[in-house]
Design a protein. Sequence first.
Length: 398
Amino acid sequence: MDDDPLVLRFLVRGLESMSFLVDTAVDGNEAMAKLSSCAYDVLLSDVNLPNCSGIDLLRESRKLNPQSEVILITGKPDLSDAVSSGKLGAFDYLAKPVSLADLRGKVQAAVEAQKARGKRTLERTAVLEDVPAPGYRVVRSLGCGTMGTVLLVERAGCQYAMKILRGADTDLNFRKRLERFRREGEIISRIDHPGVVRVFETGYDPDLTAPYIVMEYVAGHPLSKLIEKPLLNQQTKLSLIVQIAQTLSVVHRHGILHRDVKPANVLVTHEDVAKLTDFGIARLGESTLTQTSELMGSPAYMSPESFEDVHGIDHRSDIFSLGTLSFELLTGEKPFVAQTLAGMINEIMSSEPPLPSSICAGLPPELDLILMRMLEKEPAERYQNASEIARDLLVLTG
């Protein structure tokens, strides 16, 4: 995270040369949005960013994902900043200029520290007598996100994914997260469909230090990882889009709006079966949990109307998000690209995306029409039902 494009390019090239997957942000608003939607292993940030300081980002990271390691870099070293970053748990505080060799060494050390921190957390979880849902044995950690930790657990020879909400505080923020966590389990439990990850058991007792959801364990990869490594052929990609559209149609018939349809929230099994997951911010009926001022979802995949009226959106917002996902899956590029959050919002609300076939020459013109209809700015001009998308794609693929 750095607002100097030359420094940012230097950091990205240095880290990508070590085979790290690198994400970037150029100001505090964009950085905060990304921290809220993804759990990163290591954060590398300039201390002085527009709209937010690196110290503020460190503080927010500690709340959202305590297992992340944070390295702060500054061209104006300050003793009080260094002390503050140390107290907040920063891995290191570096003065510019930083050599590529030093950068690589520091980041590699931070990665090792993050792995060790995660291992210690898992070990502590495994030996606790009051682990949620007694009778389960912890196998390993599956990841840590903004809502909590996901563990691979085993009981009676069967494996499950146990999602645990962390941070059992008494403040308003935790109570809100607990309500969303509880609602996620309730929403998924209502849907019996092979395209939605199943829920087997939940625990939301107020006395629990770690509320939990026991879900189906899906052996495979998030669709986001498969997009990063282009291993899927066009037929498989279209099949996955059809599956997601069919699943969304069922979800919508249950009166549920997902609100965060993106590649990271689609799990793909080794048999190329797509399963929609992470209903943490889904809306059920006329829920009032979300305040009008809140930005819900992942900005790059949100519909134009999502930025204007949180309560006024309907299932057609998910259709726009599916259009963005489909565009990226088929072309390898997002339809809307910008360097800042404000720029991204402006692109989604005002700019027309390029034709997919102009990026990937092998795509038929009929597919252009389907994707562009999904990405119409006005909800009334989009597909009105996700099942219509599946129908048109099946006709196209024969």
